[in-house]
Design a protein around this ligand. Structure first.
Ligand code: HCA
Ligand code: CU
Length: 435
């Protein structure tokens, strides 16, 4: 009996591909990093498993000696977590090529994610095969793998499925569906709208009612998240994601953005087995590997609890819900951040000096300091944080300071400080410059 035949799939199965699709991100090049180190990959895999992911896609070991050796190391990480978290299936991304297949089986992959272009563009520019040749190429290989390795999880994706005519996709999938556990539905170049996804999923489910599907949506139009949500709504159980949505070009669906939205839509069934509080730390971990902060457009981010405008800041001091609509703390974003700057009002300056730095001041002094601060903050040298200016002003104004024991505050001043909240996952307590 194979592991997979004993496994009962949950309502939503993330097939995370941070370590395959994610490694194709140009961000690794932007930061002169080029690839994740083995230690990076081990940490990312561990974090994914802790967060509840059960299917992880990796490159076929044939890609490079590095990937081959890393595959073995990642298998060891997976094995070490079986007792604590159950089994995680490692799937190798393979071309319909015996060498890819052999390398993956040799490495002990639990499944093979086959892909082969079916659109006119892939047929013309990727492999030059027509539809009959695609079937003639893929079918015997899949039959052989099925026969000799009945326990392997097999998936076939018609690459560029959304630029493939429906009849063409059916032609290929009719021939291969009996041999696989899942059919993929990749929007390789990010052309699909949510309506296209809904229609395609409906057509495929009608034609293959017993089949499971796996969605993979690129972000070129900004639809990677909504398309994944749409696919799920249509009954697609398996969805490809990466941490921070990293991948080829603008990437694919973000793992944490997807779970966050399912939570907000009260799709609690879909969240079965996922550890939501681990999601922001996971984003921080991968951002750190990329030598960046969690990107500002990532929903599960400190940015979404960061307030800049004076009106927002003073309201948030009274009640965070004024400008924070979502329970981000349940996703591990436990701090709010208020950035001091030219838009800050006297009340946040009062709050900062009094509550965080323990200066004794009244409203009149806070208003006077705020006025002086607004003038100086426009002439800030790049390496001087605004809070240093405020401390300087407090001293100039001769404010007395209480000596209190240090406690952690919810307010952080700057994202780009060396010990940022985003990097450490712990809010900076604002005392970096304290005497
Ligand atoms: C790739 C293309 C791919 C494959 C997806 C899949 C895509 O980078 O090889 O195997 O389902 O977007 O089509 O990522
Ligand atoms: Cu892709």
């Amino acid at each position: 009996m194979s592991r997979f035949s004993q496994y009962t799939p949950r309502p939503l199965e993330i097939v995370d591909t941070t370590l395959r699709e994610g490694q194709q991100t140009s961000l690794l090049h932007d930061h002169h990093k080029y690839f994740f180190t083995r230690a990076d990959k081990e940490e990312i895999l561990r974090a994914l498993i802790i967060c509840g992911v059960k299917f992880v896609e990796l490159f076929a070991p044939v890609v490079s000696p590095q990937e081959r050796d890393d595959f073995a190391a990642l298998k060891a990480v997976r094995d070490a977590l079986i007792t604590q978290k159950g089994y995680t299936f490692l799937l190798a991304h393979v071309r319909c090529h015996p060498r890819d297949v052999e390398s993956a089986i040799g490495a002990g992959a639990d499944g093979l994610n086959f892909y082969l272009g079916t659109s006119e563009q892939s047929r013309a520019f990727n492999h030059g095969r027509d539809l009959d040749a695609i079937v003639a190429h893929a079918r015997p290989l899949l039959e052989e793998v099925r026969r000799h390795h009945p326990g392997l999880i097999l998936r076939f994706s018609g690459e560029d499925a959304f630029r493939t005519r429906e009849a063409d996709l059916f032609r290929v999938y009719d021939a291969l569906a009996p041999l696989v556990d899942r059919l993929g539905l990749p929007d390789t170049v990010g052309v699909a709208t949510p309506a296209d996804v809904a229609a395609r999923v409906r057509a495929l489910r009608a034609r293959y009612p017993a089949m499971e599907f796996e969605g993979h949506f690129h972000e070129d139009r900004g639809f990677a998240l909504v398309n994944a949500l749409e696919a799920r709504r249509g009954g697609v159980r398996y969805l490809n994601t990466t941490v921070l949505g990293i991948g080829e070009r603008s990437g694919i669906t973000s793992f944490t953005a997807l779970l966050f939205n399912l939570f907000l839509e009260r799709e609690y069934d879909a969240l079965e087995g996922y550890h939501l509080r681990g999601l922001y730390p996971l984003n921080v971990l991968v951002a750190d590997k990329l030598k960046m902060l969690v990107p500002p457009r990532e929903p599960v981010s400190l940015t979404n609890r960061t307030h800049t405008a004076g009106v927002h800041q003073s309201a948030v001091l009274n009640g965070a819900s004024a400008y924070e609509a979502h329970p981000l703390d349940q996703f591990g974003v436990t701090a709010s951040e208020i950035l001091l700057g030219p838009l800050s009002g006297w009340n946040i300056i009062h709050y900062f000096l009094k509550e965080i730095r323990y200066y004794q001041l009244d409203e009149g002094q806070a208003r006077a300091i705020a006025a002086a601060f607004k003038e100086r903050v426009y002439q800030l040298a790049p390496d001087v944080p605004p809070e240093a200016v405020l401390i300087g002003l407090a001293e100039e104004f001769g404010l007395a300071r209480l000596a209190l024991p240090e406690t952690r505050s919810r307010i952080v001043q700057r994202l780009d400080s060396p010990t940022t909240a985003a990097r450490s996952g712990i809010p900076l307590d604002g005392r970096r410059h304290a005497a």
